[in-house]
Design a protein around this ligand. Structure first.
Ligand code: ATP
Ligand code: HSE
Length: 324
């Protein structure tokens, strides 16, 4: 469950009042998610009832949060379907609730598509490219905080928990990614704000139509190709085995490239970036699994899933040419 911090009805009422969003009708803790405390909030004003999502940030600091919240606002203003943080009378979108930094955003319609087909992948691929283009003139800068520097810092912390063979793979993949990051192709990759965690459970569909991307709290400035690789590693694999699904991957990449064609450097580095995407989540899952925070009922994601994905990506590299 993901209510790390309890919010009282009075606290929710006070926030709604400060944001001039009407009276509180319902406050309901959201049981999924592993990073933040989330509540569904129903408010009613003279126009009727509206649903919002209240997020209390458990790990991120008030220094880091403006980048994410203003990015969501920027993208929403550029027509990308993402939650739009509500502002108070001073224009502030970062609030304090129960002593934690907090935001209130509109609730996206629909639910997750946990068994996506090629059509879902095309919709997400095209919207991902539109989102990258819409982020080009976003002025704030914050690196992807779960990128190479964090991998280098965190790998030594998780290594003692691994079997020798797993430790060897983790070490050698990290060395490979450090090597790739020194290449001219890597330097040439187009960059901008990326979501960096756009898994099936961070996208909403309603009646088969994409209604939005959410959970931008791992976003940062990074290679657009990294975002694409993270998506392919989730949207276009068979979850039980981690095996690449060529049909879904082709649909995803073709739709992405129809909005923003891949550059030569991106085509060259796709196989390495797919490995990077798998490594990133293997490390974070190992970290969450072996060094959990104090959260009574938290169920960490299975790290071995991304170990399998990484092994597949190394044994059977997926090239841009194979994806059309
Ligand atoms: N803007 C939104 N609109 C609709 N539903 C939302 C929205 N934000 C969050 N939710 C719901 O709340 C659940 C938990 O949110 P989220 O995935 O952001 O949790 P988290 O703990 O912040 O992240 P993580 O995915 O890293 O575990 C989502 O699965 C979704 O059902
Ligand atoms: N998407 C991440 C969880 C953090 O959002 C994972 O599956 O490990």
């Amino acid at each position: 469950m993901a209510v790390f911090t309890e919010v009282s009805a009075d606290e929710a009422r006070a926030l709604l009042r400060a944001l001039k969003l009407g009276e509180l009708r319902e406050l309901r803790g959201i049981q999924s998610g592993i990073e933040n405390t989330n509540y569904f909030v129903t408010a009613e004003d003279m126009f009727g009832a509206t649903e919002y999502v209240l997020t209390l940030f458990e790990r991120l600091t008030a220094e880091q949060l403006p980048f994410y919240l203003h990015l969501m606002k920027h993208l929403a203003q550029h027509g990308i379907p993402v939650p739009d943080p509500a502002a108070d009378k001073d224009g502030d979108i970062l609030h304090t609730v129960a002593g934690k930094p907090a935001a209130l955003v509109n609730k996206l319609a629909g639910g997750h598509e946990l068994a996506p087909g090629p059509d879902h992948c095309s919709q997400v691929g095209a919207m991902l490219a539109r989102m990258h283009l819409a982020g080009r003139d976003y002025k704030r800068h914050q690196p992807n905080l779960r990128s190479l520097a964090w991998w280098n810092e965190t790998v030594p912390v998780v290594l003692p928990f691994l079997e020798p063979e797993q430790a060897a793979l983790l070490r050698s993949e990290l060395a490979f990614q450090n090597h790739v990051a020194g290449s001219s192709a890597w330097q040439a990759l187009p960059r901008g704000p990326v979501h960096a965690d756009l898994f099936r459970d961070n996208v909403m569909f309603d009646g088969g139509q994409l209604t939005g991307f959410f959970d931008f709290y791992f976003a940062g400035i990074d290679a657009w190709l990294f975002d694409l690789a993270v998506c392919l590693n989730d949207w276009a694999i068979d979850l039980p085995t981690g095996r690449h699904d060529p049909e879904r991957a082709r649909a995803f990449v073709a739709a992405y490239a129809s909005v923003r064609p891949l550059t030569a450097a991106e085509r060259q580095l796709l196989p390495a970036m797919l490995r990077a995407g798998a490594l990133r989540f293997w490390i974070s899952r190992l970290w969450d699994f072996h060094l959990p925070r104090e959260a009574s009922l938290l169920k960490p994601h299975d790290p071995t899933h991304f170990e399998r994905v990484l092994r597949q990506r190394i044994a059977q590299p997926v090239t841009a040419a194979a994806l059309g």
